[in-house]
Design a protein around this ligand. Sequence first.
Ligand SMILES: NC(=O)c1ccc[n+]([C@@H]2O[C@H](COP(=O)([O-])OP(=O)(O)OC[C@H]3O[C@@H](n4cnc5c(N)ncnc54)[C@H](OP(=O)(O)O)[C@@H]3O)[C@@H](O)[C@H]2O)c1
Length: 297
Amino acid sequence: MEPETGQELDDGCDKLITGNTQLTGIIGYPLTHSLSPQMHNAAFKALGMDWAYVPFPVKPSGLEEAVRGLRALNVRGVNVTIPHKESVLEYIGEVDETASLIGAVNTLKFEDETIMGYNTDASGCLRALEEVTSVDGSSVIILGAGGAARACAFQLAVRGASVTILNRTPERARALAEDIKGALDIRVKYGGYELIPACVEGADILIDTTPVGMYPHMDDEPLVKAELMHEGLVVYDLVYNPPETCLLREARAAGAVPVSGLRMLLYQGAEAFRIWSGREPPLDVMEKALLDALQGV
Ligand SMILES: NC(=O)c1ccc[n+]([C@@H]2O[C@H](COP(=O)([O-])OP(=O)(O)OC[C@H]3O[C@@H](n4cnc5c(N)ncnc54)[C@H](OP(=O)(O)O)[C@@H]3O)[C@@H](O)[C@H]2O)c1
């Protein structure tokens, strides 16, 4: 379904690059499966912008030099992905409020005087949810306690949700809950996956931030089956490849409301586009580029 390596992906950039072309891109390591080049290059093209988006594989040992170099080369901004989302904070000037709370950034903007950091994973997660439900006052179960869970949990706690974090390693769930309590003075419940049945029963929103069901393991057993879900429960799987995961199929079977991780990918990218260019992102074009890329078109 998806090409095996980034090299085989068409980056969607068939334009002539000149000295006037404004550069953006993504830094991470390894950078094998990023769909962001297709999404952003399609958006630049649709708006007739002389901009391009380039993947830059950057090893952890080269991060500081890379950030300085990107700035010196007049790059407008970059996305930041694993493993640099936290470590890059050391090399940037200012961080917006949400990113500062979370302690991680996924978007940098190079300005004349400074380098600004943002966390559009958090705003993207929220926007995708707010398309289908109201977050304020809702009861949210988050499965997983890694980087994506952290961005979602902080953002939802800030927006007035009652958050419970369940993880394979309960100690990591506890650590995240304590970080949120320390930063926001909001109590967050936590535990292991054995609490899934009891917690899901009373929940409004279930967010799976684990890689379970991700390509090429699409047939793995989902962490929550249909019999534990109820009608109206919002089931949000952050996995976007495939767009329709086994968890989302279970949600449909239960009459729950499925939300694909593709929505978060789209909205985090759209927000980064807006931050860099100040222009309204062409969402339809960006979504189509993502779907085409996943289908190998
Ligand atoms: N849609 C989007 O825009 C978007 C954005 C960011 C991330 N994501 C997706 O979110 C997922 C997680 O990313 P991440 O950066 O948070 O990764 P991460 O930091 O490695 O965290 C992964 C979490 O999943 C748990 N986990 C891993 N394998 C598991 C398994 N087989 N069964 C149960 N739990 C398991 C881990 O538990 P332990 O703590 O016990 O190891 C950990 O809590 C990935 O699939 C990523 O592609 C999507």
